[in-house]
Design a protein around this ligand. Structure first.
Ligand code: KG4
Ligand code: ZN
Length: 399
C-alpha cells in the first residue's frame, strides 16, 4: 500500500510517500517521494520556535512540497478536475483558519488527478498546536478531495518506528523486532522511556519531571552564546575536547576530563524518571561566578554538560532495561542524533547487555521528518485504525 504522510508538529514542514509491503513480522518500505522544508533559519532569530511563525510557514510550504513529493514519486499527473461547489465550500471551510492555504490548495487540486495512494497519515500531536493544526487540516482537506482514509499518528511513535527501521540501499526494512521494545525518546519537548510490548501498545516507564533533554541542550547553548538549535552546537564544542583526548574506552567514555563539574540529577534515584532543570541551573551558576568563558572553556563546559546528560540517560535506560526485561532498545527523537550519546549507548549495550538489540536511527531519520510518520501510519493501517476526524493535541500522550 502507498501511504502519504504529513508532518508539521514543530519547525519542519514535511511530506513523504512510501510504498509499504509486508506485515508486522517483516515490512519493506520504499521511499517514493520525500520533501522537507526546514524553518530553522527563520526561527534562529527568535532563539527558539515561534508558534505563530511556524504555522504561517507550514501554510506557505505545504502545497509546494506536496507537489514536489508527488512529482518525485511519479504520481503527479496534470489534468483538469471538475469540482462541485459543495466540495469547494467544504474544503474552504476546513482550511478557513490557514490564511492563503485554501486558494493554493484548491488551485493545485483542481489541476491534477487524484494520485494512486491508499491512505493519508498525519501527525496529531504532541507538538505546537497551531503548527499541528495546519498539517491536520491539510490532511483532512486532501482526504476529502481525493476520497482517501485518514490515519492519526503520534509524533513520538514515528520516532520509535524510524529507530526500528534498517536502511538498505534502496529500502527501509522493519523486521524481526524482538518484543518488548524499550524506547528512549529524547527531543526538544520530550524525555521519556516507553515500553512497547505489542505493536502500537505503549506503557510509560519513566519521564522527565521538568525540562526535556533537548530543551536543556538548547538553553545551555544559549547561555554559552550559541544559536538555536543548541544540541548540534554543544555537540560540536564537546567533540573538540574529545578529539584532543579521547575518554577511556573501558569506562564507556563516561569520564569527565574538564575543569567544570556539573551534577548528574536523580542518577541514584530508584525510579526511571529524569530531571534536567537543575543541570541547566548549575551551568548558569558556574557562568555567573566568573568572567566570560573563552572558547576553550566553553568547549569544556559543553563537554561536561554532555557527559552529565549522557551518564544520566544511560543509567536510567539500563535501569529500565533491567526492570522491563526488554529485548530491543531504540533511541529516538532529535537528541538521538548526538554523536556522544550514540557512541556511549552502542558501547554500553555491547559491553553490559549484549543480549539487547540496539537500534538507533540514521542522522537524517533522527530529526523530524515525514518518513517516520508514514512508517507508523502503516502499522495503524494494518490494524485498520482509520479515523473520521482528527484534533490536534499538543500534549498527546503515547501511553
Ligand atoms: O525531535 P526533534 O527534531 O524535534 C522535536 O520534536 O522536539 O528534536 C529537536 C531537538 C532540539 O532540542 C535540538 O537541539 C536537539 O533535538 N538536537 C540535538 C542534536 N541535534 C538536534 N541535541 C543534542 N545533540 C545533537 N546533535
Ligand atoms: Zn521530534
Amino acid at each position: 500500500m502507498k501511504i502519504l504522510a504529513i508532518e508539521t508538529s514543530c519547525d519542519e514542514t514535511a511530506i513523504a510517500i512510501l510504498e509499504c509491503a509486508g506485515d508486522e513480522k517483516h515490512t519493506e518500505f520504499t521511499v517514493l517521494g520525500n520533501a522537507l522544508i526546514s524553518q530553522i533559519d527563520i526561527h534562529k532569530e527568535y532563539g527558539g520556535v515561534f508558534p505563530a511563525l511556524a504555522k504561517r510557514e507550514h501554510a506557505k510550504n505545504l502545497v509546494p512540497i506536496l507537489e514536489a513529493a508527488l512529482e518525485e514519486a511519479e504520481l503527479l499527473h496534470e489534468d483538469t478536475q471538475a469540482m462541485s461547489e459543495d466540495m469547494r465550500a467544504k474544503i474552504s471551510e476546513i482550511l478557513a483558519r490557514e490564511p492563503g492555504l485554501s486558494e493554493a490548495f484548491l488551485d493545485f487540486i483542481s489541476e491534477c488527478e487524484p494520485p494512486a495512494i491508499d491512505a493519508i497519515a498525519v501527525t496529531a500531536g504532541p507538538g505546537l498546536e497551531p503548527a499541528l493544526w495546519v498539517g491536520i487540516n491539510f490532511a483532512r482537506a486532501l482526504a476529502l478531495a481525493w476520497d482517501k482514509p485518514l490515519i492519526a499518528v503520534n509524533h513520538m511513535e514515528g520516532h520509535i518506528m524510524a529507530a526500528l527501521a534498517k536502511e538498505t540501499r534502496s529500502n527501509l526494512v522493519i523486521s524481526e523486532v524482538k518484543m518488548p521494545v524499550l524506547a528512549l525518546l529524547i527531543s526538544g519537548g520530550h524525555t521519556e522511556l516507553v515500553l512497547m510490548k505489542k505493536w502500537l501498545e505503549y506503557e510509560l516507564v519513566g519521564q522527565t519531571l521538568d525540562d526535556a533533554v533537548g530543551e536543556a541542550f538548547d538553553k545551555v547553548a544559549r547561555m554559552l552564546g550559541m544559536p538555536y538549535p543548541g544540541g548540534p552546537e554543544i555537540s560540536r564544542l564537546a567533540e573538540a575536547v574529545r578529539e584532543v583526548k579521547p575518554p577511556p574506552a573501558a569506562e564507556g567514555g563516561l569520564t569527565s576530563l574538564t575543569q567544570f563539574r556539573l551534577p548528574r540529577p536523580m542518577i541514584n534515584d530508584a525510579t526511571c524518571n529524569f530531571s534536567f532543570s537543575g543541570l541547566k541551573t548549575a551551568v548558569l551558576t558556574l557562568l555567573k561566578k566568573g568572567p566570560y568563558l573563552n572558547e576553550q572553556e566553553k568547549q569544556h563546559m559543553a563537554h561536561e554538560f554532555e557527559n552529565a546528560v549522557t551518564e544520566v540517560l544511560w543509567k536510567k535506560t539500563s535501569r529500565a532495561l533491567e526492570q522491563t526485561q526488554a529485548q530491543t532498545l531504540v533511541i529516538g527523537g532529535g537528541v538521538s542524533s548526538n554523536t556522544h550519546i550514540r557512541r556511549t549507548f552502542t558501547h554500553s549495550v555491547d559491553t553490559m547487555c549484549p543480549h539487547v538489540s540496539l537500534r538507533i536511527p540514521s542522522a537524517s531519520l533522527s530529526t523530524d521528518n515525514a518518513i517516520m510518520i508514514a512508517l507508523a501510519g502503516f502499522y495503524h493501517a494494518q490494524q485498520k485504525d482509520f479515523v473520521i476526524d482528527i484534533t490536534a493535541n499538543g500534549n498527546l500522550p503515547l501511553a
